[in-house]
Ligand binder design. Structure first.
Ligand code: F6R
Length: 614
């Protein structure tokens, strides 16, 4: 939520900011802006509003005004406080116009700070919470503090999870940033140094990337990068290993990131699974920092996540309980945190988060740690906040995901979580080694099977286009077909803006079936499991009430195919692995329907890729 970029140094340009912002649009696209420190000692601000055109406008303005650039900050906004207007777009400035601030997160006590600052004659130009930071820094600077000291002091006055970066025209080459439970990284390049909320913003520009920890202050200048704690003590920089290349953060011939990423799923799943079985046939999870002895002591698991990651976690619950017999509770992160969960040292809390930054999940994991539980995160971003703070980490290797609707990271998450379930079964001796090997060998056929599903794209597109006028969709499934149904519905809601609900098929008759009529389309996840017959009965129940049916069925399963007015066919696999394949036609359906409706699939309204506010 809200993207931040800054650059300084001889080789730094205003164009860095504009290009970086274009790569950060997935964080918010309500408005965008830059503040540029120039050699003449001025801070020049350019801001533009209106989702699709603001970056273009900025780029045009930037090309006119790139002369004299010393350093600058850029921001792409997802509005929280203050409507989407030019005066609410970042960067925000102090009364003198000499201090510029870009911010991500929420200043929870901004009303009280604003009142205090206004009583000291500070004048506010916006309705944002961010602007208090600029004025707070101004008052500290007036007391004779340096920008670094002012940032340190301001952190003790600001409440909430946030990151921000400031620049002062009096010392124009220097950017000072800080964070608390929100993302911020720094990068060193040749002749330029950078600060950013996310790695893709500075891919191809920075050669090395470094973490900024919570309550640390980073000073980025043309000479280098220095890190401090809030007492001013110097802190060692820790490098983040980044194996993403620039091409991965670009569209590469696809019309949008979402379709590119749907089609990258064979690689995302392959890379996540590869090299996880050693010569003797055991699962090895190299990055795991939990020792097998600790895992043997675990007697309860909680899985926490939001949205699509929560759905991946639901698949994992079925697999872990089935393969290890450890009881698993599944929680939406924002609920877990405040429901006083019962945890102890023998509890493992697994956080699922592609970004590793989602505030609700980060806070849930921190809460679990405080209560003494072991924590493990499944994340796609190396060095992300959760990866750094959890006791253990398991990385998905999907490459950067830019499309707001998660696709390749979802199937990679399920794959990683299934590996984790097998690993737990192995260390706890719940499955025979031959059983584990057999399941793993089936898992590594998934990328090829995903290719086969992707080859049905044109058929899915045809069905989607034929349903462009449908106003209500329902998705039903049983067992691991249930999270697939939830995810199918979520994808459709996110990018088509149409009502789409997912239900456990058996639950339909307990209320939701009242909504079923001939205007409804019902998707049934009908791939073969021991519950197939029950699933078919549930589909019959909706058919007789007039709904149109689309089934996700195994290839060549004429009985299942015959249940639908349309069918999406997927290859057969192990029942617990099936969600990796079954969800793909539903992603494609959502994509094609949204395109048919004329929606911008990469920038769905009201959504941001990484939600760093509560
Ligand atoms: C849906 C989607 C969101 C995210 C959720 C969690 O397409 O992308 O529902 O899954 O915001 O994000 P992460 O996984 O980054 O914690």
């Amino acid at each position: 939520m809200c993207g931040i970029i800054g650059s300084t140094g001889d080789a730094a340009t205003l164009n860095d900011l504009v290009e970086g912002l274009a790569r950060l649009e997935y964080r918010g696209y309500d408005s965008a802006g830059v503040a540029v420190a120039r050699a003449d000692g001025t801070l020049d601000r350019i801001r533009a509003v209106d989702g699709t055109t603001s970056l273009k406008l900025l780029a045009d303005l930037a090309s006119e005004r790139s002369e004299g650039y010393i350093a600058g900050l850029g921001h792409t906004r997802w509005a929280t406080h203050g409507r989407v207007t030019t005066e609410n777009a970042h960067p925000h400035m102090d009364c003198s116009g000499g201090i510029g601030v870009v911010h991500n997160g929420i200043v929870e006590n901004f009303r009280e700070l604003k009142a205090e600052l206004e009583s000291e004659e500070h004048h506010f130009d916006s309705q944002t919470d961010t602007e208090v930071i600029a004025h707070l820094l101004e008052s500290f600077l007036k007391q004779g503090l340096s920008l670094r000291e002012a940032v340190m002091q301001s952190m003790s006055r600001l409440r909430g999870a946030m990151s921000f970066v400031a620049i002062d025209s009096k010392d124009p080459g220097v950017m000072v940033g800080t964070k608390r439970m929100a993302p911020l990284i720094v990068g060193k390049g040749r002749g330029a140094n950078f600060v950013a909320s996310d790695i893709p913003a500075i891919l191809g520009k920075a050669d090395s990337f470094y973490q900024v920890g919570d309550n640390q202050v980073v000073v980025v200048s043309p000479q280098g990068i220095e890190l401090f704690d809030l007492t001013g003590t110097s802190v060692q920089l820790v490098e983040i290993s980044v194996d993403w290349d620039l091409a991965a953060a670009e569209r590469g011939g696809f019309s949008d990131f979402m379709s590119k990423e749907i089609f990258e799923q064979p690689a995302a799943v392959r890379d996540t699974l590869l090299g996880r079985l050693n010569a003797p046939g055991e699962i090895v999870l190299d990055e795991m920092r939990l020792d097998p002895e600790e895992l043997r002591r675990i007697n309860k698991i909680f899985i926490v996540g939001c949205g699509t990651s929560y759905h991946a976690g639901m698949v994992a619950k079925y697999a872990i309980e089935h393969w290890t017999r450890i009881p698993v509770e599944l929680d939406i992160s924002s609920e877990f945190r405040y429901r006083d969960p019962v945890l102890d040292q023998e509890t493992l809390v697994i956080g699922v988060s592609q970004s590793g930054e989602t505030l609700d999940t980060l806070a849930a994991m921190n809460e679990a740690s405080l209560l003494g539980a072991k924590t493990l995160v499944v994340s796609n971003v190396m060095g992300s906040s959760m990866a750094r703070t959890a006791d253990a980490v398991l990385y998905t290797r999907a490459g950067p995901e830019i499309g707001v609707a998660a696709t390749k990271t979802h199937t990679a998450q399920i794959s990683a979580l299934l590996l984790l379930a097998l690993y737990l079964a192995q260390v706890r001796h719940c499955l025979y080694p031959s059983e584990i090997r057999e399941i793993y060998e089936e898992m590594i056929t998934l990328p090829e099977k995903i290719e086969q599903v992707l080859a049905t794209d044109a058929a899915v597109q045809e069905v989607a286009q034929s349903m462009a006028a449908v106003k209500r969709f329902y998705f039903i499934g049983r067992h691991v077909g249930y999270p697939v149904a939830l995810e199918g519905a979520l994808k459709l809601k996110e990018i088509s803006y149409l009502p789409a609900e997912g239900y456990p098929a058996g639950e339909l008759k307990h209320g939701p079936i009242a909504m079923i009529d001939s205007d409804a389309v019902v998707f049934g996840v009908t791939t073969r499991t021991r519950l197939w017959e029950k699933m078919t009965s549930n589909l019959e129940e909706v058919r007789v009430r007039g709904a149109r049916i689309v089934v996700v069925a195994n290839e060549g399963d004429t009985q299942s195919v015959g249940l639908g007015d349309a069918a999406f066919e997927v290859p057969k696999t192990h029942a617990l692995l099936a969600p990796v394949l079954d969800v793909i036609p539903l992603q494609l359906f959502a994509y094609h329907l949204a395109v048919a409706l004329g929606n911008d699939v990469d920038r769905p309204r009201n959504l941001a890729k990484t939600v760093t506010v509560e």
